[in-house]
Design a protein around this ligand. Structure first.
Ligand code: ATP
Length: 679
C-alpha cells in the first residue's frame, strides 16, 4: 500500500499539475520495475505512477498506459515496432557522432542496444539542451516511426529515431544516474526508447499485471475523490474483476481509457462492452491424450464433440447499415463495405485479414439471415475443393496470397466453418451457455455449400460413438475433435483463455505422437557436407510472458527438405544479428551456442517424441532449472512440421505450457509404470 501513496516528488521534481507527463518520470518507474521480480511490487509501482498521472495529467493516461504495455496501439491497428538492430545502431551512431564500428564493438561487449545507446548519450557533450521528452511526445514519435511506409522508409525511420534520441536523457533529475555496470542503466530515457523500438520493454511487466495496476489506480482515484484515503481490499478486488472482464471482451486501451476517464471504473461495465470492429482474443483449448481422459474431465456434464477443422482461425465482425450501431474500428476496410453493411475478418492475433479474404467478405451478405443485424462470429477458414466438394489440407490454404488478393482472382477457394457466436444483434452473448449460443448461431445464418457451413458435431457420452465421430472427422480431412462443455458457467466463452472447458483430441495424440509446439527460431548452425552453404540446424525457443524472455528448448535439424533449407537460408540471413539479444535465455557453453543468432521473427510448429529435463536448454527454467544439474526442459527428437505464419513470436508455446506438457508426460510415465507393476 505504501507505494500507492508515494509522493510525486520521488518520481519527478518538475512534474506540475496540468503539465505533460515527463518521459523521465516514467523512466524512473520503469527502472524501479526492472529492479524487482516481485509481481505485487511491480503492480504497486505501476499503480502509483498511474495515480499520479490521474491526479496531475489525466489527459496523458492513454499514452502512458500504452508505453507501459510496450505497444503503440491495439493489435487490430496493425501498428507495431520491432525495428531491426542495424537501423537502430545507425541512428545511435548518427545521433551521438560515434562510428558504427564503435557502436558495434560496444554492442558486442554490452549485448544490450538500450545500454549501448545510454552509454553513447552519456559520453556525448551536449552543446545546447533540447527540450525534455514527454510521454506523449515519445508515443507520437514512436508512432511516426512505426507507420512510415514506402520509398525511403528506412531513412525516415532512422531520422525519427535520431529525433527522439537527441532529446533523450536531458531531463534526468538530480541523483538519477546512468551506470550501465551497476543497475541495468537506471532510468535512462535512451535505453527505454531503444527497447520500445525493439518491441521488447523487458520490464517483467506482464499484460495482466498492468491491467491489475490500472484497475487499482482507478479504484484508488475513485476513493480519493470520495474523500477516503486508501481503498479497501474488496474494493481493489472488485475493480480488478470489472477491468479484467471488460478488457477480455474489448482488448483496446484506446477505447477503455477514455471511458475510464469519463465515467470511472465503476461504470466501466456499462460504458465499455464487446463491440463489432474490436476483435477479442479467441478462447483456446487444452490438449488431451485420449477419449477416456475427456470422459474423466467432463464426467457428469453434457458436452459436445465438434470436428476440429484444419485451417485458419478467424473472427468475422459485421454491422448492417440499418443496425443503428457503429463499427468500432475507425477505418473499416474497403473490402468489408457492401450494400448490406460493414464487415471485417480478424486473425487469432487480431490482425486485419480483409486483404487476404476479400472473397469471404464479398459473399458474407448471402449467408446472413435478414433479421441478423450485427454479429461477431468465431470460425475457421478452410481450403475447399469446389469440384469434389470437400475440405482440403491446411497446406493448400497456405498457398493463398496474404495481401492484395482480388476476390475474382482467388484460386484456392475457402469455406467458413462456424463454431461459435459471441455477439448478436447489439448484444454480447459470451456469458450465455454454449447450448444457447449455438442455437443463436443456427438461427442467424443460412449455410451455403462450399462457402459457409456450421461445424459438424455430435452430442454423446458414449466412448464408442465419440470414437466413430473422431474417425469420421479424420476422414473428412479434419485434425480430430474439439470437445466443449454445453451448459452453465463452464460453457461460457472465455476470451483469451486456454480453457479446461474446451478440449482438443487430435488423431496424433492418440497415435502417441504427443502434441506439437510452436517455437521461435533464435539461431542456426551452418550445415555439414551437402549443406555447408545453408543452415543445417536451428535453435528454437519458447516464450516466457512473465520474464519476457525466449527460453531455448531444442536444436532441430530434422523435417527439412533441401529446397526448404535453401529457402530458409534466404529468409533468415537478413535477420542475422551480432550476438544473442539480452532477452534470449540460452546456455552460454561454447558448444551450446549456434553459429548465428537471428532477430526473433518466425514461429515453427515442431513435433517431439517427448520432453526431458536438460542440462543445456532453458525452457520452463523457473520450475525445472534449479536442481543443480538441470537448466530446464527440452525436446527429444524434434521434427519440423510447418511454419506457423498465423503466430507471432510472443504467441509461441509458453514456458507454462511446456512445463505442463512435461508434467503430464511424467504422470503418464508413472501411470504406465504402475500398470506394468500391477501386471
Ligand atoms: P493448434 O495447433 O491445435 O491449432 P492452437 O494453439 O492454434 O493449436 P488450440 O486451442 O490448441 O489452438 O486449438 C484450437 C484451434 O483449432 C482453434 O484456434 C481453431 O483455429 C481450430 N478449430 C478448428 N475447428 C474448431 C472448432 N470446431 N472449435 C474451436 N476451434 C476449432
Amino acid at each position: 500500500q505504501s507505494t500507492l501513496t508515494s509522493p510525486v516528488k520521488d518520481v519527478h521534481p518538475d512534474w506540475a499539475p496540468g503539465e505533460p507527463v515527463p518521459y523521465a518520470a516514467l523512466c524512473v518507474t520503469f527502472s524501479r520495475i526492472e529492479m524487482t521480480t516481485k509481481r505485487l511490487e511491480i503492480s504497486a509501482m505501476c499503480s502509483a505512477f498511474l495515480q499520479h498521472v490521474l491526479r496531475l495529467t489525466p489527459d496523458d493516461l492513454l499514452p502512458t498506459v500504452l508505453l507501459m504495455t510496450g505497444k503503440l496501439a491495439a493489435d487490430y491497428s496493425g501498428i507495431e515496432l520491432g525495428i531491426g538492430e542495424s537501423l537502430i545502431m545507425k541512428a545511435i551512431g548518427e545521433t551521438t557522432g560515434r562510428s558504427l564500428k564503435i557502436i558495434k564493438e560496444d554492442q558486442q561487449k554490452i549485448g544490450d542496444l538500450g545500454l549501448v545507446a545510454a552509454k553513447s548519450r552519456q559520453n556525448q557533450p551536449t552543446m545546447f539542451k533540447p527540450k525534455p521528452l514527454t510521454v506523449r511526445g515519445v508515443h507520437d514519435g514512436l508512432m511516426k516511426i512505426a507507420v512510415v511506409e514506402g520509398q525511403g522508409a528506412q531513412g525516415r525511420k532512422v531520422d525519427g529515431i535520431k529525433k527522439l534520441l537527441s532529446s533523450a536523457d536531458v531531463g534526468l533529475a538530480k541523483g538519477q544516474t546512468i551506470d550501465i555496470n551497476q543497475d541495468k542503466g537506471g532510468p535512462s530515457e535512451s535505453k527505454f526508447i531503444i527497447r520500445a523500438l525493439e518491441g521488447k520493454m523487458r520490464l517483467g511487466l506482464a499484460d495482466k499485471t498492468l491491467q491489475v495496476a490500472l484497475a487499482h489506480a482507478m479504484v484508488a482515484h475513485a476513493v480519493a475523490e470520495d474523500g477516503k484515503k486508501v481503498p479497501s481490499e474488496p474494493e481493489l478486488k472488485k475493480g480488478e474483476e470489472v477491468f479484467k472482464t471488460v478488457y477480455s471482451e474489448l482488448p483496446a486501451y484506446e477505447v477503455i481509457v477514455p471511458a475510464l476517464l469519463k465515467g470511472g471504473i465503476w461504470k466501466l461495465r456499462e460504458t465499455c462492452k464487446l463491440q463489432p470492429g474490436v476483435p477479442l482474443k479467441p478462447m483456446l483449448a487444452k490438449p488431451t491424450k485420449s477419449i477416456s481422459e475427456v470422459l474423466d474431465r467432463f464426467e457428469g456434464k453434457d458436452f459436445t464433440c465438434e470436428y476440429k477443422y484444419d485451417g485458419e482461425r478467424a473472427q468475422i465482425h459485421f454491422v448492417s447499415h440499418s443496425a443503428g450501431l457503429e463499427f468500432a474500428t475507425t477505418v473499416a476496410p474497403k473490402e468489408g463495405k457492401s450494400e448490406a453493411g460493414i464487415s471485417n475478418i480478424f486473425s487469432r492475433n487480431s490482425e486485419d485479414l480483409s486483404k487476404k479474404y476479400p472473397d469471404i467478405l464479398a459473399k458474407l451478405p448471402t449467408w446472413i439471415k435478414s433479421d441478423t443485424q450485427s454479429f461477431v462470429l468465431d470460425c475457421e477458414t478452410v481450403a475447399w475443393d469446389v469440384e469434389k466438394k470437400h475440405v482440403l489440407p491446411f497446406q493448400q490454404l497456405m498457398t493463398r496470397k496474404k495481401k492484395d488478393v482480388k476476390a475474382e482472382d482467388v484460386k484456392v477457394k475457402v469455406c467458413v466453418f462456424a463454431f461459435d457466436l459471441l455477439y448478436l444483434n447489439g448484444e454480447a452473448i459470451v456469458a450465455k451457455s454454449f447450448r444457447e449460443r449455438r442455437d443463436l448461431l443456427y438461427s442467424a445464418f443460412t449455410p451455403v455449400e462450399g462457402e459457409f457451413a456450421f461445424a459438424q458435431y455430435g452430442n454423446t457420452h458414449e466412448i464408442d460413438e465419440i470414437q466413430v465421430l473422431l474417425e469420421d472427422s479424420i476422414k473428412a480431412s479434419c485434425e480430430g475433435l474439439m470437445v466443449k462443455m454445453l451448459d452453465g458457467v463452464e460453457s461460457h466463452y472465455e476470451p483469451s483463455r486456454r480453457s479446461q472447458n474446451w478440449l482438443k483430441v487430435k488423431k496424433d495424440y492418440l497415435a502417441g505422437a504427443g502434441d506439437s509446439l510452436d517455437l521461435v527460431v533464435l539461431g542456426a548452425y551452418y550445415g555439414k557436407g551437402k549443406r555447408t552453404s545453408v543452415y543445417g540446424a536451428f535453435q528454437l525457443a519458447c516464450w516466457n510472458p512473465n520474464t519476457q524472455n525466449y527460453e531455448t528448448v531444442c536444436n532441430i535439424g530434422t523435417g527439412f527438405s533441401e529446397v526448404l533449407l535453401a529457402e530458409l537460408h534466404e529468409t533468415l540471413s537478413p535477420l542475422v544479428i551480432d550476438r544473442a539479444k539480452p532477452f534470449y535465455d540460452h546456455s552460454t557453453g561454447k558448444n551450446d551456442r549456434p553459429d548465428v543468432w537471428f532477430e526473433p521473427r518466425f514461429v515453427w510448429e515442431v513435433k517431439t517424441a517427448d520432453l526431458t529435463l536438460s542440462p543445456r536448454y532453458r525452457a520452463a527454467s523457473a520450475e525445472f532449472g534449479s536442481d543443480g544439474t538441470h537448466k530446464g526442459v527440452s525436446l527429444r527428437f524434434p521434427r519440423f512440421i510447418r511454419a506457423r505464419e498465423d503466430k507471432k513470436p510472443d504467441d509461441a508455446t509458453n514456458s507454462q505450457q511446456v512445463a505442463e506438457m512435461y508434467r503430464r508426460q511424467a504422470e503418464q510415465g508413472k501411470e504406465k509404470k504402475a500398470g506394468i507393476d500391477d501386471d
